[in-house]
Design a binder for this molecule. Structure first.
Ligand code: ADP
Ligand code: ZN
Ligand code: ZN
Length: 739
């Protein structure tokens, strides 16, 4: 019996490792952390990741089970990735096994060999003859052999049907020894001599300064924030820094927000370089993802581009990390392992000792704070690269003005003038559907969702009421469900209603709607953009899908129908998000020759943050917002963690959180810690959602270390608490959304 104990991270929510005995035939092999091991777990089998090899265990010898199989001969994970995962699990107070589940490609988690795809190729054997007597009377086999004869390098199995090759005929030919099957590794493309496939643009002075600053930081850890207005040419700076990285024989990792995944962004990278680009995003299937991951790990991909989780892609020769639109909300994962890819990228750059560049026209207050305090180099670009001018802002007070489906009279006039001048108008409204609520004018009934504390949205075109929080759907009623009268009226306006109204107001111009409903069909988005690029006067109505990254040269008027949500909200980050959205949407205007104008409809025209933003720009706004955060002791001037709980019965979640709160107070007293405050528990802002009652407990601290020390001891207590069994709970370190 061996004394070799394997300490494994298993895909379980429990924050601990699991010991197994190494079977005799495994013990003599070289065991290195990161190797995958198949083990029995309860009545199932699981695949774990080896963290440590020990010679003793706290588990009594008779209870220690042997592992079933070792899946790797070498660790598929380079040491650097293992280190990053360990750091992640510890910082986010998450189970290490589950951290691996989020960080590794699905196929690796499922036990697939860590190897590039193997493909079977069908080939005619060299001395086979088309007039072989054995197939003289088998026309289909003869035909198949003829087809193969035209492909001397063989035909990949997956392409057989495309070439009209029939598997039965091939099997018969194989039996006669006329064809052969060869298994080959799916080879990556060869590497190119010249990295540039397209000439670079000569950098302007601002771009040159930014580029030089980052380049000087090559060869070690340096963090930069590139704060450049929309159209200032940030992407061109990224591209030239990537070229520099490739020339140094290194790889570049580029993270982009989910919403920027359009073919436009990727095309710019692909057109510029003769390089092997690995793509890792939601539209890539599991096999392609593993191949891209392996290519990056083995240095066979030069540029790795992906969304949030691509952060965990290993690189053989890491050289540079770029986070585009670093303020974007999609970098924070809102389920399971609640990590922030931008923050982890910073950790990774430090661990790998390479430079990192965060870019945005509207940097997050966190990153700006880091730049102002000198932790990041601050690079500003204030001019639009193509020579286009910055748009002008106008706050349109709609306090006592009638709104026609959300559109005021003066706005209508401005739109009419722009269209008449042959230009395009963009109308931004961050609400899908026809109207956010249906109201009975007789009895006051409102279309409330039966499962949430929220109203169902009217979707006129599909004839339904739909809850945007839980997806619940009902047929649009003809009569009031409460009083049976027929005077049901939609209240407020969504994109569908604005579209309908604009078609009536401007019958001579096309009105194009861009939101998740109108672009659900594949290619719908691309078709819309093709129409827009043609440049005829038209009106675009849409949600934040319109706000990101796109280039609409003929749009000269941007109308923001409702900016007030961000100024009223109880969430302390709402105003920051509103400002970012306004500036990003405004950035679509006047990107070419004509200057742009942005009209913001608001009931709070004199709100200081809105005034600051529209008169002095985003950075003035950010400084004001940062000083408010400082005064209130909010991030980035303090650190937060949120314990969320939800349960089927009212009161259960609060009951659990009350107990959790008591436990935390006891631990704080034991640890003698100062400066950690417990706020709550309180019901979540939307207490009932999808039929569950939700509550939360906020932890606020002026330093990270005591907060983390408390949480790690606390979670072990929570895992044991009986009241925790009836609720679903999770901890969120550095929460972004406080609900
Ligand atoms: P950002 O990423 O900051 O929004 P882009 O890199 O997309 O800006 O650049 C905006 C426009 O300006 C693009 O059409 C781009 O081709 C052009 N551009 C960028 N840099 C230069 C330059 N140095 N000279 C001329 N045009 C440029
Ligand atoms: Zn609902
Ligand atoms: Zn009614």
């Amino acid at each position: 019996m061996s004394d070799v104990i394997l300490r494994l991270a298993l895909p379980s929510p429990l924050r601990r490792l699991f010991d197994y005995r190494a079977p005799a035939n495994m013990a003599h092999k070289t065991l290195t952390p990161g190797m995958r091991v198949r083990v029995p777990f309860g009545r199932r089998e699981m695949i774990g990741v080896l963290v440590e090899v020990c010679d003793t265990s706290e588990v009594p010898a008779e209870k220690l089970k042997p592992a079933s199989a070792l899946l790797d001969t070498v660790s598929p994970m380079p040491a650097a990735l293992l280190k990053l995962c360990l750091w992640t699990a510890q910082y986010y107070q998450h189970s290490l096994g589950d951290t691996f589940s989020w960080a590794l490609p699905t196929l690796l988690r499922q036990g697939e060999p860590a190897e590039m795809r193997q493909e079977r190729f069908w080939q005619m054997v060299p001395d086979a003859r088309l007039d072989d007597p054995r197939i003289a009377r088998a026309p289909r086999q003869r035909e198949a052999l003829q087809t193969l004869a035209q492909h001397p390098h063989g035909v990949a199995h997956a392409l057989l049907s495309k070439l009209g090759l029939n598997k039965d005929s091939l099997d018969l030919l194989l039996a006669k020894g006329l064809v052969q099957v060869e298994v080959r590794r799916h080879l990556p493309q060869a590497r190119h001599e010249h990295w540039l496939a397209q000439p670079e643009l000569p950098l302007n002075d601002e771009q040159r300064t930014a580029y030089d600053a980052v380049r000087t930081g090559f060869g070690g850890f340096h963090a930069f924030l590139l704060a450049g207005v929309t159209g200032s040419g940030k992407t061109e700076v990224y591209l030239q820094l990537i070229r520099e990285t490739l020339e140094a024989g290194r790889q570049a990792l580029v993270l982009i927000p989910e919403i920027n995944l359009g073919p436009q962004t990727l095309a710019r990278f692909e057109q510029r370089f003769n390089a092997r680009i690995a793509l890792l995003h939601s539209a890539v299937n599991d096999r392609e993802r593993l191949d891209a991951w392996l290519a990056a790990r083995d240095g066979e991909a030069d540029i790795i581009i992906g969304t949030r989780s691509a952060l965990f892609t290993p690189m053989k020769r890491p050289g540079l990390i770029i986070i585009d639109e670093e303020h974007d909300g999609s970098y924070k994962q809102q389920e399971g392992l609640r990590y922030h890819a931008r923050d982890l990228a910073m950790v990774r750059a430090r661990q790998e000792n390479i430079p990192i560049l965060l870019g945005s026209a509207t940097p997050s207050l966190e990153s700006l704070h880091n730049a102002y305090t000198g932790r990041y180099g601050l690079l500003r670009m204030n001019q639009r690269a193509g020579g286009a001018r910055q748009p002008r802002f106008m706050r349109l007070d709609v306090k006592s003005r009638p709104l026609d489906s959300g559109i005021s009279g003066p706005l209508q006039q401005a739109m009419g003038q722009t269209l008449a001048a042959g230009q395009q108008v963009l109308v931004f409204l961050n609400r899908r559907g026809f109207a956010p609520t249906l109201l009975c004018h007789d009895c006051g009934w409102l279309s409330e969702c039966p499962r949430c504390d929220a109203r169902m949205t009217v979707h006129q075109r599909s004839g339904v009421l739909r809850c945007h929080h839980c997806g619940h759907e009902e047929r649009l009623p003809h009569h009031c469900p409460q009083c049976a009268h027929v005077d049901l009226r939609p209240v407020g306006a969504g994109t569908e209603r604005a579209e309908e109204r604009l078609k009536i107001l401007f019958p001579d111009y096309p009105v194009l709607r861009v939101d998740r409903d109108s672009t659900a069909r594949k290619d719908a988005m691309q078709q819309l953009f093709t129409t827009i690029q043609r440049g005829q006067p038209c009106i675009l109505v849409g949600t934040q899908m319109l706000a990101k990254g796109h280039h609409f040269p003929r749009v000269t008027l941007v109308a923001i129908l409702d900016a007030d949500g961000g100024l009223f909200s109880g969430d302390f980050r709402a105003s920051e998000r509103m400002a970012q959205l306004i500036v990003q949407v405004a950035g679509r205007a006047g990107r070419a020759e004509e200057p742009g104008k942005v009209i913001i409809q608001t009931h709070l025209a004199e709100h200081p943050l809105l005034v600051q933003l529209t008169e002095q720009g985003y950075f003035a706004f950010a400084e004001q917002a940062l000083s408010e955060r400082r005064a209130a002791g909010l991030p980035p001037f303090s650190h937060l963690a949120l314990l969320r709980a939800e349960a089927h019965k009212p009161g259960q979640a609060e009951g659990f959180l009350d107990e959790a709160c008591t436990a935390a107070e006891r631990l704080l007293a034991e640890q003698g810690v100062q400066g950690v405050e417990l706020l709550g528990p309180v019901p979540a802002p939307m207490e009932r959602r999808a039929g569950r009652f939700r509550a939360q407990l906020l932890l606020q601290a002026n330093a990270r270390a005591p907060l983390h020390r408390l949480i790690s001891a606390w979670l072990l207590v929570l895992e044991q608490m009986p009241s925790g069994r009836q609720v679903r709970w999770s901890v969120d370190v550095d929460p972004v959304d406080l609900y």
